[in-house]
Design a protein around this ligand. Structure first.
Ligand code: PLP
Length: 410
């Protein structure tokens, strides 16, 4: 077996680029995997082959195609469950992280009362901030926000000061899509459970980059999207402990989520079917399962090591560039680095980088509160995937220096 260090030196990321047809075809440096990841050939083939060989609607027909399609869908649920160490009846397929969180928050909007509290982190993506704000507005519960430190680490003292027996749910991201910090989710779960609160972890930015084990985190809910995990768009996952899922009212009503419908009323199917109304994106679940097998073949620990190495290397080079202001001072970031360059608008830099075929993200990254907290309303964000390598970093840093010189006019 090749030692990891040698694999890096030999360009592990460049080796894996060959699995991604678009990265081979387009002359680009793709540093925007936090927005969405590129798709490996094997995922593209699994979707194509499903449409060609097994396509029929699931859970409805007796014909061989319908049986094959249903088996593929339920096998995908097993693959997802095994990946995060859950049981199959704890996995709900959704359209993505946003829908997974809305499903829980809209349920809580009916379960919360005035006097109850919801506690979220200031660094949440809008997908894990706004649904809770709205659930509190609708129910009369109080929306509370805990802070992060200047380093970007969560302010545990502030969290503990705001956590109380009134807290019904704590919602927090595993890895912030702006700060890139891995949050102490296990500790948060432990503290929240001591006061009887449920815990939702937004795994959108962790699921493809570090091993995620719900048994270890002991959260009640975990949400993530397929498209950030090298899988297709339109498919996401909501993990929920069985009793936590069972405590929620249905999210949408329609076919497949019922037990019995009469003129007098309707009873609902058991979880997880209760939350999968209508025709689900079942082809996409096959692509998602293939994406999971792909990262499992490489190994989540190796992917995490590789991206940690890239991030450290990148931060070393970035911080040597004059005028760099990181959003969150810490160097302990994982795969995501947001920053500004003093006195230059980040959109101008992103435009200059685009001329050099470098894809990064500019804006507030759907996380206005954390930008505001750091007094930087916008930022440039570089984010890594398993296919990135050191050459991507040097192309980026050279292009950044060139853009700064150009934009400063010296
Ligand atoms: N949460 C985090 C931390 C994210 O980074 C994102 C997307 O960037 C989301 C939630 C929303 O994911 P989606 O748009 O796939 O629903």
């Amino acid at each position: 077996m090749i030692h990891l260090k040698n694999m890096w030196m030999n360009g592990w990321g460049s080796m894996l680029k060959e699995d991604f047809p678009l990265l081979l075809k387009e002359p680009i440096v793709y540093l925007d995997s936090a927005a969405s990841a590129q798709k490996p050939q094997t995922v593209l083939e699994s979707i194509d082959s499903f449409y060609r060989s097994s396509y029929a609607n699931i859970h409805r027909g007796q014909c061989s195609l319908a049986v094959r399609a249903t088996e593929a869908y339920e096998n995908a649920r097993r693959t997802v469950a095994d990946f995060i160490h859950a049981n199959t009846n704890e996995i709900v397929f959704t359209k993505g992280t946003t829908e997974s969180i809305n499903l829980i928050a809209s349920g809580y909007a009916q379960l919360l009362y005035p006097g109850d509290e919801v506690l979220v982190c200031i660094a949440e993506h809008h997908a894990d901030f706004v649904p809770w704000q709205q659930a509190c507005l609708r129910s009369g519960a109080t929306f509370k926000v805990f802070d992060v430190l200047p380093s970007g680490k969560i302010d545990l003292a502030d969290f503990q000061a705001k956590l109380s027996h009134k807290t019904k749910i704590v919602a927090m991201t595993h890895i912030s899509n702006v700060l890139g910090m891995i949050n102490p989710v296990r500790k948060i779960s432990e503290l929240a459970h001591q006061v009887g609160a449920k815990v939702l972890i937004d795994g959108a930015q962790s699921i493809a980059h570090i091993p995620v084990d719900i048994k270890d985190i002991d959260c009640d809910f975990l949400a993530f999207s397929g498209h950030k995990l090298y899988g297709p768009t339109g498919i996401g996952v909501l993990y929920g402990k069985k009793e936590a899922l069972e405590s929620l009212p249905p999210y949408q009503f329609g076919g497949d989520m019922i037990r019995r419908v009469t003129v007098e009323g309707t009873t609902f199917a058991d979880v997880p079917a209760r939350f999968e109304a209508g025709t689900t994106p079942f082809v996409e679940t096959v692509g998602l399962a293939e994406a999971i097998r792909y990262v499992q073949r490489i190994g989540m620990e190796k992917i995490a090591d590789h991206e940690r190495f890239l991030t450290r290397n990148f931060l070393d080079q970035l911080q040597a560039v004059s005028g760099v202001l990181l959003v969150g001072e810490s160097n302990e970031k994982h795969g995501i680095v947001s920053f500004n360059i003093k006195d230059i608008h980040p959109a101008d830099i992103a435009f200059a980088l685009a001329q050099e075929h470098i894809c990064v993200r500019v804006g507030h990254h759907c996380a206005m509160p954390i930008h505001h907290r750091f007094g930087q309303e916008l930022s440039l964000r570089v984010s890594f995937g398993l296919y990135n390598d050191e050459s991507d970093i040097s192309v980026f840093v050279n292009a950044l220096k060139k853009a700064i010189t150009l934009l400063r006019g010296n």
